[in-house]
Design a binder for this molecule. Structure first.
Ligand SMILES: O=C(O)CCC(=O)C(=O)O
Length: 262
C-alpha cells in the first residue's frame, strides 16, 4: 500500500521503495499492482464527474454489457486535474525515470454487474494517431470513423506503459484482467500462438483506488462478470517516445512534472 501521507523521511522512503519494486516487476513480468494511490474520496469524485458527463458523442458507447468512453480526457476535460494528481505523477516519475511522459490514450470501461462482456486474449499493438502517413516500420493502418490506428515499430510499443485505475474492488468474479507474465518480451505474438502462453496466466486483483500497471505487449484478457459488483476502470496509456516528424498520438496530452511538495 502506498503510504504517502505526511512528509517524513520514512514515508518517503517506503513510497520510493514500493514504487521502485513495482517498476522493477513491470519491467520483468509486464505487469504490477500499486494499491492505495487514489483515496476513497478521490475515487468518488472521479465517479461523480464521469456520471455527470453528457454522453451524446460517438465516443460514448453504452450497451447492456459495457459502457466505454473513448478519448476520455478529451470528452471530459475536468477529469485531467482529478486524475493527474501529485501521487499519480510520482508514480509516472518512477516509471519514466529519464524522460517526461505524455498521455497517449485514455478510456473508461464500466463492466456492469453480471456483464457478459468478455475480452479474448490479445496484446495492445495498435496506436491511435492524428492521420495516415507512409513511414518505414509503420503499418498496417486502419481507419474507422475518423480514428486512424497503426501498428508502430516494436520500440514504440515497448515505450508505452498502461496505467489502469480501478474505481471498484476487482477480482476474478467481476472481470479482473488476466495476464501472461513475461509475454511482453516476445514482441507481437500471433493469434494462433496465444495458447502456448496462456496456461501461465495470472489474475490481477486490485482494490478500488489501486493501479494495475501493464506493458501493452503483455498478453491480456478478461472474463464475464459473475458478480453483483460493477468493474469500473480508467485505462490510461503513457509514453515518453516521440513519433516520427509529421505523425502524432491522436490524444496526446502533456503531463506536468511531479511536484516536490507532495
Ligand atoms: O478492460 C478490459 O477488461 C479489457 C480491456 C482491454 O483489453 C484493452 O483495453 O486492451
Amino acid at each position: 500500500m502506498m503510504k504517502m501521507q505526511g512528509n517524513s523521511t520514512d514515508h518517503w522512503q517506503a513510497q520510493h521503495d514500493e514504487l521502485s519494486a513495482a517498476a522493477q516487476q513491470l519491467s520483468e513480468l509486464g505487469h504490477a499492482t500499486l494499491l492505495g494511490v487514489f483515496s476513497p474520496e478521490e475515487v468518488s469524485g472521479l465517479v461523480h464527474t464521469i456520471e455527470a458527463a453528457k454522453t451524446s458523442s460517438a465516443n460514448f458507447r453504452r450497451s447492456q454489457d459495457v459502457f466505454a468512453i473513448r478519448n476520455l480526457l478529451g470528452e471530459i476535460p475536468q477529469l485531467r486535474e482529478q486524475l493527474l494528481t501529485p501521487k499519480l505523477r510520482a508514480v509516472l516519475a518512477t516509471l519514466f525515470p529519464d524522460a517526461r511522459p505524455h498521455l497517449t490514450k485514455a478510456i473508461y470501461f464500466d463492466k456492469p454487474a453480471g456483464s457478459n462482456w468478455l475480452v479474448a486474449w490479445h496484446q495492445d499493438v495498435m496506436i491511435s494517431v492524428n492521420h495516415r502517413l507512409e513511414l518505414n516500420g509503420y503499418g498496417p493502418w486502419t481507419s474507422k470513423g475518423g480514428d486512424v490506428t497503426v501498428l508502430p515499430p516494436r520500440e514504440i510499443l515497448e515505450s508505452i506503459i498502461t496505467v489502469r485505475l480501478h474505481l471498484d474492488d476487482c477480482d476474478a468474479t467481476n472481470g479482473a484482467l488476466r495476464v501472461v507474465p513475461g509475454s511482453h518480451r516476445h514482441g507481437v505474438i500471433l493469434n494462433d500462438q496465444h495458447s502456448d502462453y496462456t496456461p501461465a496466466a495470472v489474475t490481477c486483483e486490485v482494490e478500488a483506488g489501486g493501479l494495475m500497471l501493464m506493458q501493452p505487449l503483455t498478453l491480456h484478457a478478461s472474463n464475464r462478470s459473475t458478480s453483483a459488483r460493477p468493474r469500473r476502470v480508467i485505462h490510461l496509456e503513457f509514453s515518453a517516445a516521440e513519433l516520427p516528424s509529421g505523425l502524432q498520438w491522436r490524444e496526446r496530452l502533456e503531463v506536468a512534472p511531479e511536484q516536490a511538495d507532495k
